[in-house]
Design a protein around this ligand. Structure first.
Ligand SMILES: Nc1ncnc2c1ncn2[C@@H]1O[C@H](COP(=O)(O)OP(=O)(O)OP(=O)(O)O)[C@@H](O)[C@H]1O
Ligand SMILES: [Mg+2]
Length: 296
């Protein structure tokens, strides 16, 4: 199956000479439609930089990136903004809600910016707030919500235009233990629904919401664990495979080569995820950081 997201030798370096930081160093990544990928690793290993590249918030110095078959590594700023609006939802550690707007208005806003009618935007926002368990908080301003509730509003906002890809950077980073559990449960539900997710975190509990967990160090992938078949087929059970990727695409990460480890037999995704939800790539309209940052 064609991956919905594919990165090949993706690179982002900062500085020069002795100050050179290889924030993202020749990373290969395929994400199948309906797959939930968790990325963990120590502070400074390049997780956020990678996520920003994957979401067309930042441009790589080298390598290639495709979303839904479209090359996105060399887009103009305008084209990148359009792509983000159309196809990518973001959830950030710091929520980035608009303080002056209610929960419902925050969720509606990206739909309105994408051209939805006020009635349609309201209908969708109301349904999503219900979906994240906040129907009774729709009229609250962010300041009147707990951290976990704010992040659930942010997740609803990220989903309002039905993006092909949902990216989250430390979505539980500002939350206490109880709120972290709430938000992780929500992401686990989204995974089970067959949403395509890439979640970056320090928190190894994010594994609960991932089909595949990748460990990053010094700008590169150093380990990969397959947790389940995408789209939450529980009968798939639990399997660990180190140092390899399933590579029916011809563009795998090459980790097996780097570590001299063979593929473990019988593991990996295969291509029969079956229940994967077709997110209808390219349909609908998204909401990118550009639009958020223009408002906050
Ligand atoms: N704009 C920048 N200019 C220079 N260096 C940068 C820039 N952004 C990131 N870096 C460096 O790139 C490396 C990767 O940073 P990044 O923010 O991606 O790490 P991270 O894994 O997300 O860390 P954390 O877990 O603390 O959020 C770090 O060494 C960081 O200092
Ligand atoms: Mg980070």
């Amino acid at each position: 199956m064609e991956p919905i997201l594919r990165a090949s030798r993706l690179r982002k370096h900062y500085g020069t000479g002795t100050g050179l930081v290889r924030a993202v160093d020749e990373v290969d990544l395929d994400v199948a439609s309906g797959e939930a990928v968790g990325i963990i690793g120590p502070s400074g290993c390049g997780k956020s930089t990678l996520l920003h590249l994957l979401g067309a918030l930042d441009r790589p110095d080298g390598g290639w990136l495709w979303l839904g078959g479209e090359r996105i590594d060399r887009l103009s700023e305008t084209a990148a903004a359009r792509l983000r609006r159309r196809s990518i939802g973001f959830v950030f550690q710091a929520f980035h809600l608009v303080d002056e707007l209610t929960a419902r208005e925050n969720v509606e806003l990206p739909a309105l910016l994408a051209g939805a009618s006020p009635r349609a935007a309201r209908r969708r926002a109301t349904a999503l707030l219900e979906r994240v368990g906040l129907a009774d908080r729709a009229g609250h301003l962010p300041a009147m919500l707990s951290g976990g509730q704010r992040q659930r509003v942010a997740v609803a906002r990220a989903l309002v235009n039905d993006p092909a890809l949902l990216l989250a950077d430390e979505p539980t980073g500002n939350l206490d233990t109880a709120a972290t559990s709430e938000v992780l449960r929500l992401f686990d539900d989204l995974r089970a629904e067959g949403r395509t997710l890439v979640i970056v975190t320090h928190d190894s509990r994010i594994a609960a919401a991932a089909d595949r967990l990748i460990t990053m160090r010094d700008g590169a992938f150093v380990d990969e664990t397959i947790l389940r078949r995408p789209s939450g087929n529980p009968s798939f059970g639990y399997a660990i495979r180190h140092g390899s990727t399933d590579d029916d695409s011809g563009l795998g990460s090459g980790l097996g080569d780097d570590f001299g480890l063979p593929d473990a037999p019988g593991l990996g995704h295969g291509d029969g995820s079956g229940s994967g939800r077709d997110s209808g790539f390219g349909s609908g309209h998204g909401f990118g950081l550009g639009a958020i940052s223009g408002l906050v």
